[in-house]
Write a protein that binds this ligand. Structure first.
Ligand SMILES: Cc1cc2nc3c(=O)[nH]c(=O)nc-3n(C[C@H](O)[C@H](O)[C@H](O)COP(=O)(O)O)c2cc1C
Length: 373
């Protein structure tokens, strides 16, 4: 099986990737506690996974402290965090890689122990996720709390925070940013009808529900240039108790508006994959995200979810997507692009070390490609 389709250059915004094997954003909860700033261990991890002309999308990072959706996640709102991220971007650039940072606000997927004021998390409406648990500051699972509905007069500052976070990312050496509009976090909580019961200009019809996502994206694009801003969406996703019964009318509108902005790329999560890779495979009987979205989107399209070499190469060869992002296998295979190029086996990942901890399951996966010949 040839994987040649993945080793052709690809233009995304102002950059040209040397290959189409992208590292997906992966929350690992190993930033320095207290300051939520990246550190030398994080830089080593990302540096191990960088390759010449390869795109690395660094893990979801809150744009404000109240957007924190887990313990020890790195933020992008303080000077200490900018300095910490500089270690990471230097390590990626040292190997010729291209570094984007995913901008995040968890909304109701948070816990009062993670909130700067100890209050309840915020969302579009005061609707808690049904079932499930969230890791609190103590790294223990807690039941979700009922979030507070954001006031209309709080929204301009939130939108501005996306612009400021994009600027902070560039100050930290990032080549661009990705708006996290997927997996049931704040922007999706506003977008989808099950979580948004607002009666102001940010709730109600599709245009109103999409407003916050589009304003946040535009704020980032205005701050650093649309050609270094991407966005991630999960139209058929069910992560974190999200999901729209009839997603395409909503997402057709959103993608149509995003097209007008001239962004670097759109990044999808395939509906067959659980949003955050919690299960091995699920949702088999749903349409392929890239096949349904491809006709709507005018720019570069990245997709992710349960890819290995063969289906990744075929997806790009058929033109269903331009690049493939890998999550779990990039955790366990720091030299993943090289393994794919050589058509070599991947090392399995260890789920128990995904979130939190130290170097184990993080920087101790040795490259396999030397052995693979
Ligand atoms: C440990 C872990 C952390 C993740 N963190 C994020 C994240 O920060 N942002 C995001 O958009 N997706 C996140 N995801 C989802 C992945 O980016 C990816 O979409 C998913 O794992 C499916 O791809 P895969 O089958 O190649 O793993 C995470 C997944 C895992 C397993």
């Amino acid at each position: 099986m040839s994987t040649e389709s993945l080793f052709q250059p690809l233009k995304i915004g102002r950059y040209t990737l040397a290959h189409r094997v992208v590292m997906a954003p992966l929350t690992r909860m190993r930033a320095t506690p207290g300051v939520n700033a990246p550190n030398a261990l994080n830089a080593e991890y990302y540096g191990q996974r960088a390759s010449k002309g390869g795109l690395i999308i660094c893990e979801a990072s809150p744009v404000v402290a109240s957007g924190t959706a887990g313990p020890n996640v790195p933020g992008i709102y303080s000077d200490a965090q900018i300095a910490g991220w500089k270690l990471v971007t230097d390590a990626i650039h040292a190997k010729g890689g291209i570094a984007f940072l995913q901008l995040w606000h968890g909304g109701r997927i948070s816990h009062s122990s993670l909130q700067p004021d100890g209050g309840v998390p915020q969302s579009a409406s005061d609707i808690p996720p049904s079932g499930g648990m969230v890791l609190g500051a103590d790294f223990k699972p807690h039941p979700f709390e009922t979030p507070r509905s954001l006031r209309t007069d709080e929204i301009p500052a939130l939108v501005a925070a996306y612009g400021q976070a994009a600027k902070n990312a560039v100050a930290a050496g990032f080549d661009g940013i990705e708006i996290h509009g997927a997996n049931g976090y704040l922007l999706e909580q506003f977008l989808q009808s099950r979580t948004n019961k607002r009666t102001d200009s940010y709730g109600g019809g599709i245009e109103n529900r999409a407003r916050l996502m589009l304003e946040a994206t535009k704020a980032a694009a205005d701050a650093i240039g649309a050609d270094r801003v991407g966005i991630r969406l999960s139209p058929y996703g069910r992560a974190n108790d999200s999901g729209e019964d009839d997603p395409m009318p909503l997402y057709s509108y959103v993608i149509g508006e995003l097209n007008k902005m001239g962004l670097a790329y759109l990044h999808l999560i395939e509906p067959r994959a659980s949003g955050a890779g919690q299960r091995e495979v699920d949702h088999q009987d749903v349409p392929s995200g890239c096949e349904t979205v491809r006709p709507l989107w005018k720019g570069a399209l990245i997709t992710a979810g349960n890819f290995k070499s063969e289906n990744a190469a075929a997806t790009v060869a058929k033109g269903h997507a331009d690049a493939i992002a890998f999550g779990r296998f990039f955790i366990a295979n720091p030299d993943l692009p090289e393994l794919i190029r050589r058509n070599a086996e991947f090392r399995p990942y260890d789920r128990s070390t995904f979130y939190g901890g130290d170097a184990r399951g993080y920087t101790d996966y040795a490259p396999l490609s030397a052995a693979a010949g």
